[in-house]
Design a protein around this ligand. Structure first.
Ligand code: ATP
Ligand code: MG
Length: 240
């Protein structure tokens, strides 16, 4: 079933009948989803859930949390909820699409595929047509160059300006495109907040405090990605 969220009203899926992904190879995958180039439009991608992962995560949950079911572990469902957050809906209503999609891939909702429901979104590419690399890869390959730092500062300023809610920002969930005058970051995964924080976003000052914490944590994470102390992320956080 095609699911149109508020944020997808302006953008619709390429195709609403079943898309056959058999014989196609994902261009990337995370721990929860496999990402395919849309067979009918190479400027879009389709993300399908890796069901084995939901089962494994469910088994690790406490009995209380298991009562809440597996749906809350479905990253595609979470992403749709994330696109329904108040700020995004407001930006769309105001027609502020340039600002909204400046650092987010355009989102087209859910479409049926031979591998189950997929979330369809813009596939972020580089000037030469290749899929944009993750910030994590670039930091490993070249370190935090001044131009990459500029891209990071611009992304964080956008987050602060828009007050779009995100989960913990992780360098493997940000991709970097060179199609602009300096590297531009796009958040390809990790939009939104858990149910209660997302519901509190109309409380004055609440979103600002939430985002401030996410930005501070991300800065710490970048310091960890660059450090050669050999500490785990947990130990690194504890020490600072
Ligand atoms: N819109 C996009 N444009 C370019 N590359 C993308 C896009 N979406 C995802 N990718 C690539 O695919 C990888 C996996 O995608 P994604 O992060 O959505 O999967 P996931 O399983 O939800 O991740 P996680 O392991 O963080 O839960 C990303 O790290 C990125 O390299
Ligand atoms: Mg990811």
């Amino acid at each position: 079933m095609t699911d149109y969220t508020a944020a997808t009203r302006a953008c619709t899926p390429k195709h609403s009948s079943m898309i056959d992904l058999s014989g196609h190879k994902p261009f990337a995958q995370g721990s929860n989803r496999k990402c395919y180039t849309h067979p009918l439009d190479s400027s879009r991608c389709l993300k399908v859930i890796r069901p084995e992962n939901i089962t494994a995560r469910f088994k690790r949950q406490s009995p209380i949390k298991r009562l809440l079911g597996t749906e809350r572990l479905n990253d595609n469902a979470q992403e749709i909820r994330a696109h329904n957050q108040r700020v995004l809906t407001r930006l769309l209503e105001k027609g502020d699409e340039g600002l909204l999609w400046a650092h987010l891939p355009r989102f087209y909702g859910s479409v049926p595929t031979s591998l189950g429901e997929a979330n369809e979104s813009e596939l972020i590419r580089c000037a030469d047509g290749s899929v944009a690399p993750t910030l994590e890869r670039l930091i490993k390959e070249q370190g935090l160059t001044p131009s990459l730092n500029l891209g990071i500062d611009e992304f964080l300023a956008w987050l602060w300006q828009t007050k779009i809610l995100t989960r913990n920002l992780l360098p493997h969930n940000l991709v970097v495109s060179d199609r602009f005058d300096h590297p531009r970051l796009f958040l390809v995964d990790g939009l939104g907040a858990p149910t209660i924080p997302q519901a509190l976003d109309s409380v004055p000052g609440w979103s600002a405090r939430y985002i401030k914490r996410k930005i501070a944590r991300f800065r710490k994470r970048l310091a960890w990605e660059q450090s050669d102390e050999g500490l785990s992320w947990e130990d690194f956080q504890g020490l600072r």
